[in-house]
Design a protein around this ligand. Structure first.
Ligand SMILES: [Fe+2]
Ligand SMILES: [Fe+2]
Length: 152
């Protein structure tokens, strides 16, 4: 059975939370594990942000809720930049881990705000059928986007 947009986004958030916990727990000598987990996380979170903007926030903006959308775009932008930075510097040291933990906090706060506040705003504006349709599109687009940026 397909999930509505709220359940689909929540599932992504839970997966990202789990990956971030695992990465934060890696030691500065576990290079293979840290790299593998971070590569997975990078693709997952970038595509999550883009597809969330193209579905959930695009719909919110159609409903006139631009404030929430712009706040989210801004936080996505900050998080994406940090991910990019973490992906391009030496990974096996304490500075990397500290920076990753900053990103983790930023994203945990962001995801909580979406689930606790923005979903409530959306539920008042978006009917059930549309929420299910958006969930289906989110799922399809995320799959395609992740495939598009996964190295061959
Ligand atoms: Fe978001
Ligand atoms: Fe999200």
């Amino acid at each position: 059975m397909s999930q509505d947009i709220y359940a689909r986004i929540k599932a992504d958030h839970d997966h990202a939370r789990e990956l971030m916990e695992k990465i934060a727990d890696t030691s500065n000598s576990a290079e293979k594990t840290r790299r593998r987990l971070f590569d997975e996380f990078k693709i997952d979170i970038w595509t999550h942000h883009k597809v969330e903007e193209a579905t959930f926030y695009a719909q919110l903006r159609k409903e006139g809720e631009d404030g929430e959308a712009f706040e989210a775009y801004n936080e996505h932008h900050m998080a994406n930049n940090l991910v990019e930075e973490l992906a391009t510097v030496a990974m096996m040291n304490e500075q990397w881990l500290q920076k990753f933990k900053t990103l983790k906090e930023l994203l945990e706060h962001h995801m909580e705000e979406e689930e606790e506040e923005f979903f409530e705003v959306a539920r008042k504006e978006i009917d059930k059928t549309r929420a299910e349709e958006l969930g289906k599109w989110f799922d399809e687009r995320k799959r395609a986007a992740a495939e598009a940026i996964t190295p061959i």
